[in-house]
Ligand binder design. Sequence first.
Ligand code: ADP
Length: 784
Amino acid sequence: MKLNTKIVLTILQVSLIPWALGGFLAYLSSQEQINSQTYSNLDAIAAIQKNRLQDTLQNKLDILQLFTKSPWLTAYVRDYNAQPTLANKKRIQDLIEAPGRSLGIKKLFVMTLDGAVIASTDSALLGTDKENEDYFKRGVLANDESILEKDAAGIVSQYLVGPLISNGKTEGVMAVVTDANDIVDVAHDFTGLGKTGETLIVQKMSGNNALFLTSTRYDPSAALERVVTADKTNVPSVHAVAGEEAVFNNVVDYRGVKVFAATRYIPSVGWGIVVKIDKSEAFAPVVRLRELFFFIIAMVGVLMVFIGISMSRSITGPINKVTEFASKISQGATQQSIVVTSKDEVGILAATLNTMIERLQDAYATLEKKVLERTKALTEKTEEAKNSEKAALNIAADLKTEEEKLAEEKTRAESLANDLKKFKLALDDTSDQVIISDPEGMVVYANAAVERITGYRAEDALGKKAGALWKQPMPKEYYQNFWHTIKDLKTTFIGEIQNKRKNGEIYTAMINVSPVMDDAGNIIFFVGLERDITREKEIDTAKSEFISLASHQLRTPLTVVNWYAEMLLDDDAGKLNKKQKEYFDEIYQAGRQMNEIIKSFLHILRIESGTQTKNLVSTDLTLVAKSVLAELHLNAEKKDIRVIERYQKSIPAVTTDADLVRVITQNFVSNAIKYSSKGGQILVALETVDKGSVVAGKTAHADSLLVSVQDNGIGIPAADQDKIFTKFFRSENAKKLDPNGNGLGLYMSQIMVDIIGGSIWFISKEGKGTTFYVMLPMDGKRLV
Ligand code: ADP
């Protein structure tokens, strides 16, 4: 229900309910008042009418008694009865004649006890017999005035009858017939009874039925005709003839109309009196009051509706505005505001709504900001999650790889264990002494050869420092170098050592001690191999002596040859002609070449006999390169070859054997010069290489230093490239360009690189040029 309707209805209720209640109560009280007033009116009127009727009857009784108590009349009738003579009759006739013409009397007549009319003012009656008439029967017994009769013309007369008693004896009956006007007057007097009220005079009939004695207001012919039967107990006439004197509410009259009524009864005649008024008339004022009341209610209602509508408009107008505003807000219109000027609650509500909407706007703004921030954070989180997922996937992949690795490791470990078993068996039987010690040098394994070489049992050596039993002290520097190599540099120490057998004999052994490391690079064992080389040493010494002797023997004459050839070429012995110079130059070159060959032989002999040990020292390779180039610059100049040096800035010092590196570099540069055509170009470069990076197709397994020598010479034919490092090998194109090579330089270089730990390789294209590389680990440790 709309608020407007509610307000109007409420106003109507509030205003009309008191009205309705008040009106209803007023109505009830006026009805009550009217009831009681009507009752008392009717009762009073009934009393009056009864009195009037009784007075009338008394008057008539008085008239009757004028005759019945007349001593003459009673005497004359007695006389007549005694002597029914005409004279006696005449005397009676005369006596009633005179009064019969006055007093409003219609007629008088006297009857004998057998009903015969003996005297009458109406001569027609004389001699008639009234013995069966009611009034006669009543009149014999007592004075009676209850009988009314209607003649043929419809005129009602009242019969007053009474006995004529003389000397205590009834002699006859006197009848006085009067008009009934006085009774009709009473009945037709409507004073105080309004437009509908009337007085009914009814006579009790046999069976208690009620006979109307007069005409009524509504029925002119009711007199002595209309009867209300005794069974109609809701008709007051019945109650009246029953002797009830009362007032009645819920009754109807002879017409069936609802009436208020009051009843009276006159026992002397058996008449009932009913004084009544139609309820409709009695209640007319109440009805008017009711109509007025409804009219007023209607008017008040209409007025209240108008007031209600205007009030509700003044209330709901702003409320509607507020509602509309609130509905707009609920639909998301947050940019609105409302104007309600009233200072009442609605005004306050509107102002509050405005404040709310402002706060809402603020809240929205904050919310939007927060949403943006959250969204950003969420996006970042999602990104993070994605990354984490990626990371997790990577980890999973790594884990898988790890698992695979582990499986591999396991297989490897198993095969290693097998290998180890075989290895142990082999070790046990090998002729070389094998000692394995922990990182502190405490022996954990010694093979059977120990006993053969030293004379001590292998078990005796266990748990002791390696070599403790057979040690023949060496110089302090030896041990320093030994431990430095295997412990600090974590590389293999190869060297000769002097030991003492159990029988006191001194022997020479070649030892090869290598550290074994775990993945983290920590030493877990040292493996030492010892070979008794006392015999070889002796032979070697003899060989060395021979080589030394031979080389010296060869070198001395060669030096002399070279020296003299040089002098001759320098024209020290007089000017040589061109031909002579050519021949001497050949001799000088051959001599130099021979010298080179001898040097190489000596080197190779040293290396092959194992006497070539490495001497690791901190080396500045730039200096090495420069010295090589200085030595060979004349050769380059001769062939008009341009040498370019490119050294990386601040090349760190590298731990290596400087002499061996020098020999290698010298080989590279001299080959580049040899195998380049006139006017060629050589690039000598030095650079550091980080562990893991790839240079010229080779991966660096440690932080290293790279020496490269590049030329744009004849190059190495593809078919020869895998033979280049073999002893005495020379390519055809090389032999053609320079027949003086010996094919030993690269063979030697490779062995040397092997000794100092590193890699050597080349890239070459026939006719385009060649680049030789040597990569050396910075820390001098052997590359795996
Ligand atoms: P030699 O130079 O005395 O012949 P090497 O052992 O130094 O002996 O070289 C072996 C062979 O490798 C050479 O004969 C030559 O065929 C080839 N060679 C070496 N360096 C180069 C180079 N820079 N250019 C072309 N060929 C080369």
